[in-house]
Design a protein around this ligand. Structure first.
Ligand code: 4AD
Ligand code: MG
Length: 468
């Protein structure tokens, strides 16, 4: 076959260089047609749209075309021509085809359309070849680029925090331990305690639940930073919104207080949503039409609405009022309760009908590092709550006072010896600062309209599931 340099299908479909010879390569979505002419829908992942390959059956031979079935990978040389079909711009009249790899119709699992999401999760190695997951993973890429662009333009530095750590930032005890010890022959002292000085790092270590503590150190030197990396939580919650391994974006800014922190969070999410509408329109439209007819409308409405900013105490009063009027929640609601997703969604979807930033939570249900309010009961926390999702961002102004921070850490059982380096920032040149964490997959749930977080990450890690 003649060697012609490859054109991506996304570019072929935009091209009007009719009459030129092009080469495209990709995976066959369908082949149909008659004894005289075949139509192959070819997709190479560069766009949700397929290019149509028109084949003269006599020219290439019926026998030759037989193995070109759904899932096969082929390379096509042909003439770019203006499409006769409605809604398509260009198609290719094949002159030569090379078959790279066949896909036996008896065993290739992606035959018909309309597989369930559950089934597709079981074949996560192949699901990127479906329209839906192609769209989701292209959007995932674009959102990552949007995030870097947003912070870069604002003068934030991308800062890399460690994956392996000896401290529990959130203090929730949901960490995956990291060890090289032989678990069958653990060395213990006379009290039965494990001798960690024999372990690789000489002390207990885990996968990080958040890069925040190290991010704060950087903010207290570089001014404004963000992290963007994988985080790990061994929480045994099998919900459509929790992963054991997820990606988090954590900006941290010196001299910001809670108000600026909220402004940043709101700007940030709106920027990402706008980016998706501007740069992923084919994919977003596909997901809107196929899965969630309200998706584009929801994305646009978030852009135009100002987020409600509301203290937790007032949020509780609204929820208690709803209960008094007969609204049924699964979990009890009272001042001091941690909000369940049903409560968050009630505030956002039923009461305010737009995103809500809830602030000033009871200190008992928040982490040790949050700045304490003068009331002695609440901390300067802020959670951003979104339609369909619930909590999408969690953040706070940080406690910058050394004594208050140490007292709270001790009360919450965090040993000083584990966080002496963190406390040092409050000993040397401390300053007000604030930050937050955005769950990358929660953002993707919102932008794609997918309903299960397992469907916005290529290879989900959840309790009892680490396949692929
Ligand atoms: O609210 P979280 O636990 O906050 C922190 O980790 C802070 N250190 C962030 C900071 O202030 N720098 O987590 C932040 C966000 C949540 O709002 C949620 O979007 C996401 O991370 N998240 C999860 N996403 C998927 N699966 C899980 N198990 C998640 N846990 C939290
Ligand atoms: Mg949170």
């Amino acid at each position: 076959m003649e060697t012609i340099s490859r054109t991506k299908i996304v570019d072929v479909l935009k091209s009007d260089a009719f009459g030129t010879t092009v080469n495209v390569r990709g995976w066959v979505r369908t082949r149909r047609g008659s004894k005289q002419v075949n139509f192959i829908a070819l997709n190479d992942g560069s766009t949700i749209n397929n290019v149509q390959i028109v084949v003269d059956v006599d020219q290439l031979g019926e026998e030759f075309l037989k193995p070109i079935t759904t899932g096969a990978c082929i390379s096509v040389n042909g003439l770019l021509v203006e499409s006769q079909g409605k809604g398509q711009s260009a198609e290719i009249q094949a002159t030569e085809i090379e078959i790279y790899g066949t896909a036996d119709p008896a065993t290739y699992p992606l035959q018909k359309k309309g597989h369930s999401m559950e089934f597709l999760r079981e074949i996560a190695h192949l699901r990127p070849r479906t329209n839906t997951f192609g769209a989701v993973f292209r959007i995932r890429h674009h959102m990552a680029i949007a995030i870097h662009q947003f912070f870069h333009d604002k003068g934030f530095f991308y800062f890399h925090t460690p994956i392996i750590t000896a401290s529990d930032c959130e203090g929730a005890g949901q960490m995956f331990q990291v060890t090289t010890q032989n678990l069958y022959e653990l060395e213990k002292d006379e009290n039965g305690s494990i001798l960690y000085d024999k372990d690789f790092f000489g002390k207990p270590t885990s996968l990080t639940v958040s890069g925040q503590l190290e991010g704060e150190l950087a903010a207290m030197a570089l001014g404004a930073i963000y992290t963007f990396g994988p985080t790990f939580r061994a929480e045994n919650s099998n919900t459509p919104r929790h992963l054991a391994e997820f990606w988090m974006i954590e900006p941290e800014v010196a001299f910001n207080e809670i108000k600026e922190n909220m402004d940043l969070a709101e700007d940030f999410i709106k920027y990402c949503v706008q980016w998706a509408l501007d740069n992923c329109s084919d994919d977003v439209k596909f997901l809107n039409d196929m899965f969630d007819k309200g998706l584009i409308e929801r994305l646009e409405s978030v852009l135009k609405d100002e987020f409600v900013r509301l203290p937790y105490t007032e949020g509780i009063a609204i929820l208690e009022g709803a209960v008094a009027k007969g609204h049924k929640f699964e979990f009890p609601i009272y001042w001091g309760a941690d909000l369940a997703s049903e409560h968050e969604r009630y505030l956002v979807e039923e009461h305010f009908k737009r995103p809500v930033i809830l602030t000033d939570y009871p200190k008992e249900i928040k982490a040790f590092y949050m700045k304490q309010n003068d009331d002695g009961k609440t901390v300067r926390a802020m959670d951003v709550l979104f339609p369909k999702i619930g909590e999408i961002i969690g953040g706070s102004q940080r406690e910058e006072d050394y004594d208050k921070l140490l007292t709270r850490a001790t009360e919450m059982g965090l040993p000083e010896k584990d966080i002496w380096w963190y406390l040092d920032t409050r000993r040397f040149g401390t300053a007000p600062h604030a930050g937050f964490g955005l769950g990358f997959e929660r953002l993707l749930l919102f932008v794609t309209g997918m309903t299960n977080i397992r469907d916005v990450i290529p290879f989900p890690r959840t309790p009892k599931n680490a396949e692929f």
